[in-house]
Design a protein around this ligand. Structure first.
Ligand SMILES: Nc1ncnc2c1ncn2[C@@H]1O[C@H](COP(=O)(O)OP(=O)(O)O)[C@@H](O)[C@H]1O
Ligand SMILES: [Mg+2]
Length: 338
């Protein structure tokens, strides 16, 4: 257990370094590696950890949110915007090289847009130029990285150039994904061994003690109290997922101490309803069967494919049997609350 900085309960909003609880080992591990791939289900705290890490390391960063990338142009625009921000920081800190070097990444973008280079060449040049803009390390973060796969072939170009850039000393590449199956496939690709270039860090839920400590110290900070039994039970409802512990904490601040109340909380239900709109009818159907412990094999010829897609997207993990990864989603589906 670490000495607590401060605790904030916020639902589905990543926290940053001041409020980051119980992740000092992970911060240390990230500090010891060049490039890392963070894995872990939704709500486990990947984005919070990345944000905190950048602050802790005072790293000048480009931050790409994979979920927002609909096509390659969006990726470039995101790079351009982020580079603008980074420039401001570098100039403010007076750490920059000569102006021509600061301009070079932007020129690469222009020349790509004018059709003077292909995607892969452009990305390589852009990432190359980044290494000259400052004496300090540059961090390139791509959160929800595997979501970019939706843009098709360009995703392969992005992956290849990232692999290449991960070998450069002056760029620290940090990727994150909750789509466990897709992430593993990308890491294990034979022709693009990201696995060799990236240290894989799998984020775990808080343990029983930390979960109780997180809640009780948090409540104390706000001057609110709840019966001890409820604090203890919270671990079993949330399985230590910071997302659900935070919602339980928020509800406790609202005077609702029973952790099981999150099952009927609109915020929890909407969270999953909204995510599940991206699944096919068949995938949703199979997810419900699994939640109820029923066999999905009766569903017909495409059930296998839907199952694989659910595993790739990180909804399901296959141990002895298929299990739904998120404890709250499992309950909501089983009890037909969503
Ligand atoms: N280490 C942590 N300390 C405190 N709160 C956290 C921590 N990790 C996550 N949270 C909380 O959990 C929720 C989900 O975190 P987030 O970083 O968005 O997860 P992910 O990116 O893995 O989906 C956020 O609302 C955040 O407040
Ligand atoms: Mg996230």
């Amino acid at each position: 257990m670490e000495s607590v900085k401060r605790i904030k309960f916020s639902f589905n909003k990543p926290v940053s370094y001041t409020y980051l609880y119980d992740r000092s080992d992970e911060i240390k591990k990230l500090s010891e590696t060049e490039s890392a791939f963070l894995l872990g289900p939704l709500g486990i705290g990947k984005t919070s950890l990345l944000k905190s890490y950048l602050i802790h390391k005072k790293c000048s960063a480009l931050w790409i949110n994979g979920e927002r990338i609909r096509n390659f142009n969006a990726f470039i625009n995101s790079l351009k915007r982020q580079y603008g921000e980074l420039l401001k920081n570098i100039l403010a800190k007076k750490e920059s090289g000569p102006l021509s070097e600061l301009n070079a990444p932007l020129l690469e973008i222009e020349s790509y847009k004018e059709g003077k280079s292909d995607r892969y060449t452009f990305l390589n040049n852009f990432l190359d130029e980044l290494t000259f803009i400052s004496d300090q390390k540059i961090c390139l973060v791509i959160d929800d990285f595997t979501q970019i796969r939706k843009i098709g072939l360009a995703f392969l170009d992005i992956s290849r150039s990232i692999y290449k850039a991960s070998k450069k000393r002056k760029i620290n590449i940090l990727l994150a994904s909750s789509e466990l199956g897709y992430a593993k496939e990308i890491l294990e690709k034979k022709d693009l061994p990201l696995e060799k270039a990236f240290s894989v860090l799998t984020l775990k839920p808080f343990g029983l003690e930390d979960s109780a400590d997180f809640l009780s110290k948090g409540l104390e900070g706000y001057g609110v109290s709840c019966p001890k039994k409820y604090i203890g039970d919270s671990y079993y409802v949330s399985e230590g997922f910071p997302l659900w512990l935070s919602l339980i904490g928020l509800r406790m601040l609202e005077g609702k101490c029973n952790p099981e109340g999150i099952y009927t909380d609109r915020r929890a239900q909407l969270f999953w309803v909204e995510k599940m709109t991206r699944l096919s009818v068949k995938e949703k159907y199979i997810l419900r069967l699994i939640a109820k412990g029923e066999s999905y094999r009766s569903v017909g010829p495409h059930s296998r494919r839907a199952l694989i897609s659910l595993i790739r997207r990180g909804y399901i993990i296959k141990n002895k049997q298929e299990e739904i990864v998120d404890p709250v989603l499992q309950y909501l589906l089983k009890m037909e609350l969503i």
